[in-house]
Design a protein around this ligand. Structure first.
Ligand SMILES: Cc1ncc(COP(=O)(O)O)c(C=O)c1O
Length: 466
């Protein structure tokens, strides 16, 4: 039985719930509970096992997930890829270890390094030619970084990136393993990879040791649902399972878990036809598109994920946020993210051909009103110089400094645009003049750069001197 079937059976049994959750499936009390599917919202009662110690149906259905992607073992996650990244990094390291991070990793990776008291070294991706978003991490960059940091315990790479760039995981894993380190691939944006000929391979079968995927980002599964795959014996499964129980709630939602299981069962049964339909809709989108100013820079780029429709406004008289705003207000199309000169329209398995044709039509119409312009935003920032590890700076006394006077001070916070939540500077790094200029340029393009901690407008958190 799938978890959903088990829950439906149980709901029909009319058992008296003298246990959590407190709504007791009483939809007369709160009608919204019915809409939210509360009749299936239970807790860990006999026969329903436990996410943190799966047996019976839960264990069997998790094996289905491992079989679908081809991993040694898969864990369902109800805390998103965030929980998977925290647990994986904790499981793979001990305090003081060195971690080599692709600088365009998500904030969860940095938070894990802070919590686990890790030393960090970085690989700075170059910009995709002519654009301001990150290109792939190359094997040559990994080789150079491992030569400089041969004591690295763990390497973390995001592939595909938010924009859809895929790195050469087979070559990178070969290098990482040659140095005796472990490779964690943040595949949060690539849960749909490796399941059909229409999309690229997944890192799960390409040499990564651990892979984390957000099902909710691209597949038919509820928000917060994700998957952690163990793909080699370089990391202990027991340790991973334990760390997951540390970072995830002790009361996991059966609605979220049923959504994961249903998604896996759907793909197991119908993936060929579902992925073929998705790819066909994408092809129809590209055929319908007729752009003279805007562009789709990753179209036909072999190391990219075709599901991501990244629209570039480089060389036009519109910024990314302004383009997103026109799509929202004139066409009721809400996009995923905009940067100074890109807008990301994410597709997912749930899109229909008509949905994507509607997007193509809107882009064509907006494009016909645009002209060329001189506004091109600067590329990647140089890697900041680190004065101390993240974990040390994050616990040090801070004060506020005006942005204009912060150059040369040590940052007491992360700074990023959210989304994508990729830090421009992390606690312990020295704030550069280039960063100050970048914050100002971004603000004038309508992109807010800020950190997770409350900070007065126009100021930055910096470490107290002395
Ligand atoms: C690259 C990357 N990794 C990890 C995450 C975290 O994923 P989740 O929202 O599933 O926790 C995100 C979220 O946007 C992301 O972009």
């Amino acid at each position: 039985m799938t978890l959903l079937e088990l829950l439906q059976d149980y709901s029909r049994s009319k058992a008296l719930p003298m246990h959590m959750p407190g709504h007791k499936r009483n939809t007369a009390l709160a009608p919204y509970l019915e809409v939210l599917g509360a009749e299936l919202d239970i807790t860990e009662i006999p026969d329903f096992s436990n996410l943190h110690d799966p047996v019976g149906t839960l264990a069997e259905r998790m094996k289905d997930a491992a079989a679908l992607w081809g991993s040694r073992r898969a864990w369902w996650l109800i805390g998103g890829s965030t929980a998977g990244l925290l647990a994986a990094i904790d499981a793979a390291t001990t305090p003081g270890d060195k971690v080599l991070i692709a600088r365009n990793c998500h904030k969860a990776v940095y938070n894990a390094c802070m919590l686990c008291r890790l030393e960090t070294a970085y690989i700075q991706p170059t910009c995709f030619p002519g654009q301001s978003f990150a290109d792939c991490i190359t094997p040559a960059q990994v080789e150079a970084a491992m030569t400089a940091h041969p004591d690295t315990r763990l390497v973390v790479v995001t592939s595909p990136t938010y924009e859809g760039i895929i790195s050469n995981i087979p070559a990178i894993s070969e290098i990482v393993h040659r140095y005796g380190a472990v490779l964690l691939v943040d595949e949060a944006h690539g849960a749909h990879l490796g399941l059909s000929d229409h999309f690229p391979a997944s890192a799960v079968t390409q040499g990564a040791d651990i892979v984390v995927q957000s099902l909710h980002k691209t597949l038919p599964s509820l928000t917060q649902t994700a998957m952690l795959h163990l793909c080699s014996d370089r990391i202990s499964a027991d340790e991973l399972g334990f760390r997951l129980s540390v970072y995830q709630t002790s009361s996991p939602s059966y609605l979220l878990m049923a959504s994961i299981d249903s998604c896996v069962q759907l793909l197991t049964g119908q993936r060929d036809e579902l992925f073929a339909q998705w790819k066909q809709s994408l092809n129809q989108f590209h055929n319908a598109l007729s752009l003279h100013h805007l562009s789709i820079p990753l179209k036909n780029i072999p190391n990219s994920d075709p599901s991501k429709l990244l629209v570039s406004s480089v060389g036009t008289n519109i910024t990314g946020p302004a383009l997103a705003e026109r799509l929202r207000t004139q066409y009721s199309i809400e996009t995923e993210m905009s940067t100074a000169n890109t807008v990301l329209a994410m597709t997912g398995m749930g899109d229909t051909a008509n949905d994507l044709l509607r997007l193509a039509k809107a882009l064509n119409e907006i494009d016909s009103t645009l002209s060329g312009s001189l506004s091109i935003t600067a590329g990647a920032l140089p890697l900041p110089q680190a004065a101390m590890p993240i974990y040390q700076a994050a616990k040090s006394p801070i004060e506020f400094a005006a942005v204009s006077e912060a150059a040369g001070r040590i940052s007491g916070d992360f700074l990023w645009a959210y989304p994508p939540g990729i830090p421009l500077v992390v606690p312990g790094e020295i704030i550069s003049r280039e960063l100050i200029a970048y914050i100002r340029d971004s603000a004038s393009a309508g992109v807010d750069i800020s950190g997770p901690k409350a900070t007065p407008v126009g100021q930055l958190r910096v470490l107290k001197k002395g």
